[in-house]
Design a protein around this ligand. Structure first.
Ligand SMILES: *[C@@H]1O[C@H](CO)[C@@H](O)[C@H](O)[C@H]1NC(C)=O
Length: 656
């Protein structure tokens, strides 16, 4: 391997972690070049000698372990050879390779339209040329994309890749304060928005204009001063190639995309996904058995890791066809699959449950879907899904946008998110430590160190931050980045990434996801930061304080939002006013469904201890003396939560 000329350009420092073991191999290959290569090879050899002796332990998973291992080696070899190429090879280059190989193959199918690889390439060239001609943009400037799932999202991203611009993927549900916050944290110079988001853009326009941001709307005409139409310019632009020199400044450390995550506190944070991580992410579908002739159904939001990285980036590697859906729909799901001969679907836990709760149909098993890839499926839903929709292989994995550890359940063990692999764990150290849910922090022993959770017990997942498993952190947010780092875990001075996820490992070495900790909860596949919601509630005139938390509802993944609030002096609780406020400031998944009105916030104990008690008391009107309200979209108000409504929620008659 040639010596790097600049400081460590070979060093992958931000891997996408759907597959931990793959990654440590990738990384180890680059760490110290030949010495490390030899080390990996000898570890591999050693492991193949050890395996026969540990047959008993591994049985009956030995063969899947070995075959998984083979897959990993293959991915590793490919990655290594790409990293050695000059000029640098990025995800965009893989797309161009695919286009050259099969220009006429459909790449994106959307509603009734099909867009070939060649069309996608041309359209993205037109977009890039139109943008380059704009005086408000310079090649390499960061651009924020504010758009729902539609082909233009993908064309524009490719265009920006050709121009060497990092792209911030804004969640199209956010508005006002959150929108501005997200826009600002990646220092974007240009905002490109879908035409239907014009109102949301107008809300923040004065502030954007003040900052000198160029605002482009994907429409042919626009009369609003300060917003320019852009689709007409794209239509007229040339599809000529974009010179390589535009991207010559890019290295593997350059940011490629910013993806927003709601962390444990405060407003969303922009996780930096750099070029190296994106290149690693290419393998996410191919390593799970997706083939070039597969048709992939992408129905998750493109602004999230699942839709963008797993679905889109993963498909660029396999060269398969993406059936893109504007928004997930349980009732249209299988018809879409049948109509488009979909072979691979993608999920989050909610998707699978919604599919299982649709009315049974005779043709439930009539489809070509052979593989489902995703995360968060519950064991009971998993069983039901298989029995209802037939023999579909489920590949459940665990990864986070910014984290440095990942697992994949390649053995198909129902309910698990992955499997402990002694080799993976040795070179890529992660640990489950005992967690004190009352105090909301890891348990520390007399020496101030964390305590490993024994097998079978739930613990917090921590993974060591090393050269080969780095944590890049969040854009413009050192404070939040630091919060995800945990020190003095096993010995004084060591450094781990705090995943914020509680897990359990069983005696067969399967890993199970249990819960998220702290000030975040998950609802409908989205992380909700409680402090962000309470900040917004307390700017409503009638409320003084708000303590937001998530409560569990039988039969649902995650937790639904609830807030304990106190009123302003002399102000009455006004359900319709609060409803209006909540709806205009928060996306639907983050709106507190239940409100508990208290005379005073409890003052004893810590804020967090108080939360634990509130969470335990749930939203049961039979147990809680305080007035309870439920958000009612039909009445556009918070209405009293009666025992009857409560029962109907528990029985599943009232949909949440
Ligand atoms: C579009 O641009 C890319 C990258 O510069 C180039 O490889 C490709 O040939 C161009 N496509 C057309 C149709 O000119």
């Amino acid at each position: 391997m040639p010596r790097p000329t600049e400081q460590n350009p070979y060093l992958p420092h931000s891997p996408f972690c759907s597959r931990g073991s793959t990654l440590f191999l990738y990384r180890s290959f680059f760490k110290e070049e030949n010495r490390m290569e030899m080390y990996v090879i000898s570890v591999i050899l050693a492991s193949s000698l050890i395996i026969p002796f540990t047959l008993k332990t591994f049985f009956p998973y030995l063969w899947v372990d070995i075959s998984y291992f083979g897959d990993l080696l293959w991915i590793l070899v490919r990655f290594v050879s790409r990293r050695r190429r000059r000029p640098f090879f990025f995800v965009l280059d893989r797309f161009l390779e695919q286009t050259a190989a099969h220009p006429d193959k459909p790449f994106i199918v959307f509603e009734n339209e099909r867009y070939s690889y060649a069309y996608t390439d041309k359209r993205s060239n037109k977009t890039a040329n139109a943008l380059q001609a704009h005086p408000g943009y310079k090649a390499g400037d960061t651009v924020a994309l504010f758009m729902g799932n539609e082909p233009a999202f993908l064309f524009t991203w490719l265009a920006l890749a050709k121009l060497g611009s990092p792209v911030a993927l804004l969640n199209h549900n956010i508005r006002t304060k959150s929108l501005l916050h997200c826009f600002n944290c990646c220092k974007a110079k240009v905002l490109i928005a879908a035409s239907e988001l014009k109102d949301a853009v107008e809300d923040v326009l004065p502030s954007l204009t003040e900052q000198g941001v160029t605002v482009l709307l994907m429409t042919k005409h626009c009369n609003t001063p300060g917003i320019e139409s852009f689709s007409d310019k794209v239509d007229e632009a040339s599809d000529a190639p974009l010179p390589m020199s535009l991207r010559s400044h890019i290295t593997f450390k350059s940011p490629a995309v910013y993806i927003y995550t709601s962390g444990t506190t405060g407003l969303p944070k922009a996780a930096v996904v750099n070029q190296n991580r994106l290149l690693i992410a290419l393998a996410v579908l191919s390593s799970n058995g997706v083939m070039p002739n597969d048709v992939f159904y992408l129905n998750l939001p493109l602004y999230h890791t699942a839709g963008f990285i797993v679905g889109f980036i993963g498909s660029i590697e396999t060269g398969s066809t993406i059936v893109l859906k504007r928004k997930f729909s349980a009732s249209q799901f299988w018809d879409d699959c049948r109509k488009n001969s979909v072979t691979v679907i993608q999920y989050i836990g909610e998707v699978m449950r919604y599919l299982c709760s649709t009315p049974k149909r005779e043709n439930d098993k009539d489809h070509k879907v052979r593989l489902a890839i995703g995360n968060g499926i519950r064991a009971d839903v998993w069983r039901e899904f298989l029995s209802r929709f037939g023999n579909i292989q489920i590949r459940e994995f665990y990864a986070s946008t910014e984290g440095n550890v990942g697992f994949v359940n390649y053995a198909g063990k129902i309910g698990a998110i992955g499997r402990v692999n002694f080799l993976h764990r040795r070179l890529f150290p992660y640990i489950l430590v005992k967690y004190d849910t009352e105090r909301d922090e890891p348990v520390r022993d007399a020496n101030g160190l964390c305590v490993e959770a024994p097998k079978g017990e739930t613990g917090l997942l921590l993974s060591k931050i090393t050269d080969i498993a780095p944590f890049v952190g969040y854009a413009q947010n050192e404070e939040q980045t630091e919060k995800k780092r945990l020190r003095n875990v096993l010995k004084k001075g060591d450094l781990y990434f705090n995943s914020g996820d509680l897990m359990r490992i069983d005696k067969d070495n399967f890993i199970y996801f249990q819960d998220r900790v702290g000030d975040t909860f998950r609802w409908k596949g989205e992380n909700v930061a409680t402090t962000e919601v309470s900040d917004i509630l307390t700017i409503c005139d009638c409320l003084k304080e708000a303590n937001v938390y998530g409560v569990q509802v039988p039969g649902h993944e995650g937790r639904i939002g609830m807030a304990a609030v106190t009123g302003k002096e002399g102000a009455q609780f006004d359900g319709s006013k609060l409803y209006k406020h909540v709806v205009s400031y928060l996306p639907s998944y983050a709106r507190p469904r239940f409100i508990r009105v208290q005379n005073a916030m409890e003052v004893t104990g810590t804020f967090k201890q108080m939360k634990v008690k509130l969470v335990e008391e749930n939203f049961d009107p039979g147990r809680i003396q305080d007035p309870l309200y439920i958000l009612n979209d039909n009445e556009k108000s918070y209405v009293p939560l009666t025992a009857q409504v409560y029962c109907s929620i528990l029985s599943g008659n009232t949909k949440l």
